[in-house]
Design a protein around this ligand. Structure first.
Ligand code: GCB
Length: 590
């Protein structure tokens, strides 16, 4: 159809998004990057809240300031004069007025790139919530969806000496996304993990996985690698000096794999032994610190390094009062220390992939981890595009963290109603996780049948471990039905009670019957552990949750005030609630 003469694309084109949706950035462009030299593009970027998406509509990234007649065009933006914000950070914690903002925001900065003779250059984004459209030197590089996983873009042909990078980050909640509109956590926005440049030779190591062969012998290390670039045939070299490993690996058509006999000291929460490891192919090397351990299920037991283990855990969101989702190493270490103080050996990182630093630090500190993708509540299970998004997030997570000894479980979701569409969607994810990583356990936090009080979920057939969320004594107000639940459930697999808990405003005291008091929360915890301790197939717990977290759904002015107060600690972690000590004592004796 011909446009009328007075049609103005930037204001009349309501299909403007279509031009950006063809170029997707997915797990396909990921590269193995642990231990590589990277240049951070973090620091102060120019920032503009762009509620009506005018940058994308009017193509500000093209930086056209003068028209065909040589006249200056009136401008609706000024990159140089915009306010500066720190990347990475959540915009919500930067200024009070941005706290509740959801929508598009434009980030841009200039940077100098000096060619050091490298042949290929990649941009890495640790995470941008949720939709990121990236531009470099006026060129559109593509769109990434998914708010918690890293993405990589090759920029070799776009780089100049002087560069402008521009990112439109949009955290609008949408029903077809993963997660969808409704969640029980706060929707932070922005580029909240680092942005980095990675310089590589023409042929480079794209993917590298290493771990014990889970055959019970603890004596075979399997290595797989993928090479990208023109020289796809040759030899890679794996070195682990402390194990005397100096192994050549044949690479054919870009792929190599080998099983090496070795006797590593096994990694466990008590002995988090890591081995310095390097892999070299021609001019490219990656370096990592690797722990070797075996995790499997045997009947109704979870078995770590050949011995049954009880997962003494706690759930945690990725959040801090000061930094929102842009948590620092110090804050992650503080969380693990608090968990250890509670005598935990395990943590559930809910409900989306936390920063890759979490698993790296857990490897060092000796904490087992459950990692999860945000297939949460009412996902569009019938929608194939939503499935692709979920599968892509799962793949990005597994490829990012599969060399971390601490990670023992991949979770494909949380509390989804048991429909046909959901079973096929989530079973496909469970099978995908197994295909990508046959060495770990696959699970999901299932919603139970609270009408008949039974642990029954059709997805369980596809899981190694059944995650069970239950709130007897709280949402399920009759506590004694918890006993019925276990009487009615006859399970042949191990169960992790992935959640139980109760609200308690820090410092708010009263009777055990008064909802929202520490006393009521403590009472529910005492009753819960007394019952759970009797159930042989309950092989782990991750009560909800380590500390209070921001939550738009929680409007009770006395006990919540926009926080989910089921934490065992206050939101700033300064106050331990009574229930913290219940778990500390229970785990001590376990
Ligand atoms: C749940 C959800 C979790 C919520 C929690 C609650 O079952 O999995 O995300 O925050 O309950 O507090 O209601």
């Amino acid at each position: 159809m011909n446009q009328p003469e007075n049609y103005v694309d930037s204001i009349h084109n309501e299909s403007y998004e279509a031009q950006y949706s063809g170029k997707k950035i997915t797990n396909k462009s990921m590269i193995s990057d642990r231990g590589r030299e990277k240049e951070s593009l973090g620091g102060y970027w120019s920032f503009g809240i762009d509620q009506y998406d005018t940058c994308l509509r009017a193509k500000w990234y093209e930086e056209v300031y003068i028209d065909q007649d040589g006249n200056y065009i009136p401008m609706d933006f000024s990159f140089d004069e915009w306010e500066k914000v720190l990347v990475p950070s959540s915009w919500n914690t930067n200024k009070e007025k941005y706290l509740l903002y959801e929508g598009s925001a434009v980030y841009t900065r200039t940077f100098l790139y000096l060619d050091h003779g490298e042949e290929r250059v990649f941009l890495k984004f640790g995470a941008v919530n949720y939709d990121a459209k990236v531009f470099l030197n006026k060129q559109y590089l593509g769109q990434h969806k998914g708010g918690s996983t890293p993405f990589y873009i090759e920029v070799t042909e776009y780089l100049q000496e002087q560069n402008r990078i521009l990112v439109v980050a949009n955290n609008t909640r949408k029903q077809d996304q993963v997660p969808c509109k409704n969640t029980d956590w706060f929707n932070y926005g922005g580029i909240y993990r680092d942005v980095e440049l990675i310089r590589l030779p023409a042929t480079y190591i794209k993917d590298f996985s290493i771990g014990l062969v889970p055959d019970g012998s603890f004596s075979k290390i399997k290595v797989e690698l993928e090479i990208e670039g023109p020289d796809q045939d040759g030899h890679a070299l794996l070195k682990i000096d402390q194990l005397g490993i100096d192994q050549t690996i044949e690479v054919r058509e870009g792929k190599g794999s080998v099983v090496i006999e070795a006797q590593p000291n096994l990694w466990s929460p008590d002995h988090p032994v890591l081995y310095k490891t390097s892999l070299t192919y021609q001019d490219d090397s990656v370096h990592d610190k690797i722990g070797f351990r075996e995790i499997r299920v045997d009947g109704r037991e979870i078995v770590l390094n050949g011995k049954p283990i009880f997962l003494k855990g706690i759930s945690a969101h990725e959040e801090s009062v000061k930094n929102g989702k842009a948590v620092t190493d110090e804050e992650i270490i503080e969380n693990f220390k608090l968990a250890k103080e509670m005598n935990c050996n395990y943590m559930r990182l809910a409900h989306y992939p936390h920063t890759e630093r979490a698993a790296q630090i857990a490897d060092e500190m000796g904490i087992l981890l459950w990692e999860e993708i945000p297939v949460y509540w009412s996902i569009e299970f019938h929608n194939p595009e939503t499935y692709q998004d979920a599968e892509n997030q799962l793949t990005e997570l597994i490829r990012r963290d599969r060399n971390r000894a601490s990670v023992i479980v991949w979770s494909v979701g949380n509390e989804n109603a048991d429909t046909e569409d959901r079973v096929s969607f989530m079973s496909a994810l469970a099978m995908k996780a197994k295909e990508l990583d046959p060495t770990r356990l696959v699970s999901a936090a299932c919603m139970l049948d609270h009408v008949n009080h039974i642990i029954a979920d059709r997805l369980a057939d596809y899981l190694d471990v059944i995650g069970a969320n239950q709130y007897y004594g709280w949402y399920q107000t009759e506590f004694n039905n918890l006993i019925k639940l276990f009487e009615n459930s006859n399970l042949s697999k191990p169960v992790i009670i992935t959640e139980f808990g109760a609200d308690a405003k820090a410092g708010h005291r009263g009777t055990v019957d008064q909802k929202g008091t520490e006393d009521c929360q403590q009472d529910i915890y005492k009753k819960q552990v007394a019952v759970l301790d009797q159930i042989p197939y309950v092989r782990g717990l991750s009560p909800w949750i380590l500390y209070d977290f921001r939550c738009p759904r929680r409007l009770h002015p006395i006990t919540q005030n926009y926080y989910n107060t089921k934490g065992l600690l206050s939101e700033d972690k300064s106050h331990k609630k009574l229930a913290f000590y219940v778990m500390q004592q229970y785990y001590q004796g376990k």
